[in-house]
Write a protein that binds this ligand. Structure first.
Ligand code: UD1
Ligand code: CA
Length: 454
């Protein structure tokens, strides 16, 4: 299989009006990444050696996402939406370059698995000119029906054009098709638009292949693989289905999910061994969690790294660029952004750490914060190894605290503190003996005077 080249043509010119959104359909996200990125990842894993993406007019955002997630992708604009075969021929230049296998995939079918694409390619390697992905939906309404004669696929009939007998067929077209590169172009070029919708249907390729004495077969798969997204409800259903898959994959790899249904993962979340995730944790994209780390309940992580044996949460927020070393503790109501927290450092309660470094073994006290933003620009805070930041300290960036230095509780630190220095930056406390009684007497007199006046 590996020596066969493969061109994947991804159709993404749909407008997606039923999403009721200004955002193009294929850019809606599931598990933290756009649908289009899921499809392109599946193509990559299925050995796609060339990729063509067909986009609609005014689809700069779709093109940008295609190039971001698959830099090799060649973009083609379909100016008029005249049907799936017309969309494929928009990428005629890529098709003309030739490939052993040609996969045609929809950009709004994000749950397609690479192993399913590989099964389709295998059918081509075994001599089929066309392999169609079939499935048996609970409700076949709206799908093209697969007309079989024995094991051979004879035709695909779009529902609008089907006879009553054809409509009774429960094996449906998932929409994804694979073509032997040697005959793909000659088949697709023969497709006309003689049907109820006056569209050029890629599905007509099957009947044409028959007239050319070429073999077409069905590869049957489960409904999730071909789940098309047209509405926000279907988007949510796909999200749920993908979350189930991701949770299972994580648990199969040895992650403990105490209550799997309450943990939300991103497609790219990466776990080491013996990681424990407590209930109600949300992972945005770009998170890596190393061996033996524990993520406690109600934590939210996004583009963050959690080192070996680290303890995060409950109620922790790791924002983009949070990099936690080994055995770090980030406790309740602590927010970390764009900061390196070195091995063994701790911030256990109510703190904000942004644009900073916490040196190894340092301690960032309850309620302490960095003041990293002055209203115009962000500035950095650097805290050395083994430093101690007292509770409720405010570190006004840019500022650095040396190794082993000590910042007194409640200090507002505006100047650098050298290594091993002790910084106290707060009003000195004043105590007046008997002062409490004097205050009470003054208040009582004021009250009596007010009473007399009334
Ligand atoms: C298609 C199949 C149908 C199958 C169903 C599965 C055809 C003719 N029919 O029907 O047999 O059961 O999928 O979901 O293929 N697109 C373009 N340009 C176009 C037309 C479509 O890019 O001119 C893209 C759409 O954005 C979409 C995909 O191709 O991603 C499929 O088109 P759509 O109109 O949704 O086809 P269906 O009617 O769903
Ligand atoms: Ca569709």
């Amino acid at each position: 299989m590996s020596e066969r080249t493969c061109l994947a043509i991804v159709l993404a010119a749909g407008e997606g009006t039923r999403m009721r959104s200004a955002r193009p359909k294929v850019l809606h996200q599931i598990a933290g990444q756009p649908m289009l990125a899921h499809v392109l990842a599946a193509v990559r894993q299925a050995g796609g050696s060339a990729v063509a993406v067909v986009v609609g007019p005014d689809a700069d955002a779709v093109s940008a996402e295609a190039s971001r997630s698959e830099p090799r992708a060649e973009l083609f604009v379909q100016r008029e939406r005249l049907g799936t075969a017309h969309a494929v021929l928009t990428a005629v230049d890529a098709l003309a370059r030739g490939a052993d296998d040609v996969l045609v995939i929809f950009g709004d079918t994000p749950l397609i698995r690479p192993q399913t694409l590989l099964r389709m390619r295998e059918a081509l390697a075994n001599g089929a000119a066309i392999a169609v992905l079939g499935f048996r939906p609970k409700d076949p309404t709206g799908y093209g029906r697969l007309v079989l004669a024995g094991d051979d696929l004879v035709a695909i009939r779009e529902e609008l054009d089907a006879t009553a007998a054809e409509r009774a067929i429960d094996l449906c077209n998932g929409g994804l098709m694979a073509f032997a590169g040697s005959t793909a172009m000659s088949i697709i070029k023969q497709i006309g638009n003689d049907n109820r919708k006056r569209e050029f249907y890629l599905t007509d390729a099957v009947a044409i292949a028959r007239t050319m004495k070429l073999k077409a077969v069905v590869i049957e798969t489960e409904e999730d693989d071909v789940r098309g997204i047209n509405t926000k409800v279907q988007l949510a259903e796909a999200e749920a289905a993908l979350q189930q898959r991701l949770r299972k994959t994580a648990m199969d790899a040895g992650v403990t999910l105490v209550a799997p249904d309450t943990v939300f993962l991103a497609a790219d979340t990466t776990f080491g061994r013996d990681v424990v995730i407590e209930p109600y944790v949300v992972f945005g994209p770009g998170v890596t969690v190393e061996d033996n780390a524990v993520i406690r309940s109600f934590s939210h992580l996004d583009h963050a790294h959690v080192g070996k044996g680290a303890l995060v949460g409950p109620y922790a927020r790791l924002r983009p660029g949070a990099k936690l070393g080994a055995d770090v503790h980030i406790g309740n109501f602590v927010e970390v952004k764009e900061s390196v927290i070195e091995d063994g450092a701790k911030a256990n309660h109510l703190a904000y750490i942004g644009d900073a470094r916490l040196g190894a073994g340092s301690n960032f006290g309850a309620g302490a914060i960095v003041c990293n933003y002055d209203g115009a620009a962000k500035h950095r805070t650097d805290i050395g190894k083994g430093a101690f930041i007292g509770s409720n300290a405010a570190l006004v960036a840019p500022v650095s605290i040396g190794d082993g230095a000590y910042v007194a509780t409640g200090s507002v630190i505006t100047q650098n503190v050298p290594a091993d220095g002790l910084a106290i930056a707060r009003e000195r406390q004043v105590v007046k003996d008997g002062g409490a009684s004097r205050i009470r007497a003054i208040k009582a007199a004021a009250k009596a005077k007010k009473g007399a006046a009334e």
